[in-house]
Design a protein around this ligand. Sequence first.
Ligand SMILES: NC(=O)c1ccc[n+]([C@@H]2O[C@H](COP(=O)([O-])OP(=O)(O)OC[C@H]3O[C@@H](n4cnc5c(N)ncnc54)[C@H](OP(=O)(O)O)[C@@H]3O)[C@@H](O)[C@H]2O)c1
Length: 256
Amino acid sequence: MATTALVTGATAGLGAEFARQLAAAKHDLVLVARDETRLAATAGDLLDAHGVQVETLSADLATDEGQDAVAARLGDPERPVDLLVNNAGIGTYQPFGTADWELEARQLDVNVRAVLHLSHAAVRAMTARGSGRVLNVSSVAGFVPRSGNATYSASKAWVTMFSEALALQLAGTGVTVTAVCPGFTHTEFHERASADMSGVPARMWLEAADVVREGLADAVAGKPVSVPSKRYKALVGVSQTLPRPILREIMRRRGM
Ligand SMILES: NC(=O)c1ccc[n+]([C@@H]2O[C@H](COP(=O)([O-])OP(=O)(O)OC[C@H]3O[C@@H](n4cnc5c(N)ncnc54)[C@H](OP(=O)(O)O)[C@@H]3O)[C@@H](O)[C@H]2O)c1
């Protein structure tokens, strides 16, 4: 039986790759993003390449209206969604206090409030059916305090902790929750934030296809937290064992 996956931020970067790999595995899709032209083009490409059913839903997840529209789709009993991928997210890469208040608030609305709202709608519908998966795209930034990127780090710490706690609550219900925590990945993310990434060594960059492959496999395995790639698993592992003052000092020296 075909299953349906709803992917937010499905027109670029990791979201587009989630959509591609899920379509290749013959899942029907609901694609969510703001840009309608890009949504239609992405849907057309996936339909041509994989012959799955693809719906599009244009919504700004920073707004109540956009979140309500996607939550309503997730709660529709006639068209069940088996996998929710909360992928859309934004970063500002501006020291706190220098970016406009609206941008800081928008970052939390997309990275946190939308994840909360859509997870709520999905978990209600999935627990009622006794099956389903939620995959929340978090970040390794949620494990460490990133000077100059405080709102983003905190938003992703929330996503990881929320996912892990929810996974505990839902154990035995047939519904799983997984936080996928990538490191630096080649997408449009940093360009959108006008961030200068020239100081990040080449070895620290991941490819979206690898992150998504490992993230999906960990979600299918029901793991609550997934850190794609050996190098980031090692870094996160070490960061979790360091005394907090030492970790803070390392992050202070490193800057953003
Ligand atoms: N790239 C990295 O290095 C990296 C590392 C760790 C974690 N992540 C996380 O990975 C996730 C995906 O990021 P990415 O790197 O793939 O970014 P990306 O290439 O910039 O793609 C972002 C996607 O989200 C959509 N989007 C942005 N704002 C939205 C809004 N308000 N409402 C609805 N859709 C919105 C965009 O489409 P529209 O503009 O058309 O809406 C686009 O489809 C994010 O949660 C990010 O925090 C990224």
